[in-house]
Design a protein around this ligand. Structure first.
Ligand code: NAP
Length: 244
């Protein structure tokens, strides 16, 4: 039996480490060829590419700041030439600089919205023509429990993730007749650099008593991609921290 994502081409933004790296490797395990986007950490992205090639799939590392329209356009050109048009887009790249209300600056707000939210718009607009032409596509946006709850990062992060869920529903509604599903996965407290180096968090906050793993996030993304009737939804993944 061929794997279900065989001959699909995926782009995962921010896939050099953490949740994005786990998603990229799991997509390859399901048969997809994968473009591994990163911002700075080329060596880490290269290791993810090597792990994917070891699974027998094609993979390339693509450096681009996904908040920058020209960089996104260049990234998409490179992927199209080296792998082909993108069938599966996972908007995962994100930042979470911790700021109190008093510390917050306009620059913090603008940068966080640009990296976490505008990037998803830019990447989605870029992949839609090919998805619409073939009548099939999967878009998954990595949101956060901070889209609904306070979280420990700041209001800039809350706003960026709530905006991402609005973007998810807006695109889902407009693409529902075209074979393209758009969903969000909203994790809370996954053990990555973002949690280790930023939000001062303890697993004691989590009813399950532990942080989630990047692999558990990746499993949720694959579940969403595998379901053709699911669109415009947010799947929460939070060890029982919230049910709304
Ligand atoms: P992470 O370990 O800090 O990794 C962030 C990734 O995003 C890296 O690959 C980084 O690339 C990339 N990146 C950052 N800015 C970028 C930009 N402008 N252009 C392209 N790539 C960029 O973060 P993570 O914990 O895996 O988080 C991944 C996503 O999940 C984020 O959207 C985050 O908001 C969300 N999330 C995480 C948690 C959690 O508990 N960890 C909870 C809720 C939501 P470089 O390596 O090159 O810097």
């Amino acid at each position: 039996m061929p794997s279900s994502l065989t001959n699909r081409i995926a782009l995962v933004t921010g896939a050099s480490r953490g949740i994005g790296a786990a998603i990229a490797i799991r997509l390859a395990g399901a048969g997809a060829d994968v473009a591994v986007n990163y911002r700075e950490r080329a060596t880490d992205a290269g290791a993810v590419v090597a792990a994917i090639r070891a699974l027998g799939r094609r993979a390339i590392a693509v450096g681009a700041d996904v908040s920058d329209a020209a960089a996104v356009a260049g990234m998409m050109r490179q992927i199209e030439v080296e792998l082909g048009p993108v069938d599966i887009l996972v908007n995962n790249a994100g930042i979470g600089p911790v700021r109190t209300l008093d510390e917050m600056t306009e620059a913090d707000f603008d940068r966080t919205i640009a990296v976490n939210l505008k990037s998803a718009f830019l990447c989605t607009q870029a992949v839609l023509p090919a998805m619409r032409a073939q009548g099939w596509g999967r878009i998954v946006n990595i949101s956060s429990g901070a889209a609904r709850g306070a979280g420990g990062v700041g209001v800039h992060y809350n706003a960026s993730k709530a905006g991402m869920e609005g973007l998810t529903r807006g695109y889902a509604a407009r693409l529902v007749k075209e074979g393209i599903t758009v969903n969000a996965v909203a994790p809370s407290l996954i053990e990555t650099d973002m949690v280790r180096g930023g939000v001062a968090s303890s697993p004691a906050r989590i009813p399950m008593g532990r942080f989630g793993t990047p692999e558990e996030c990746a499993q949720a993304v694959l579940m969403v991609i595998g379901n053709a009737y699911l669109t415009g939804q947010t799947v929460q993944l939070n060890g029982g921290m919230s049910f709304i």
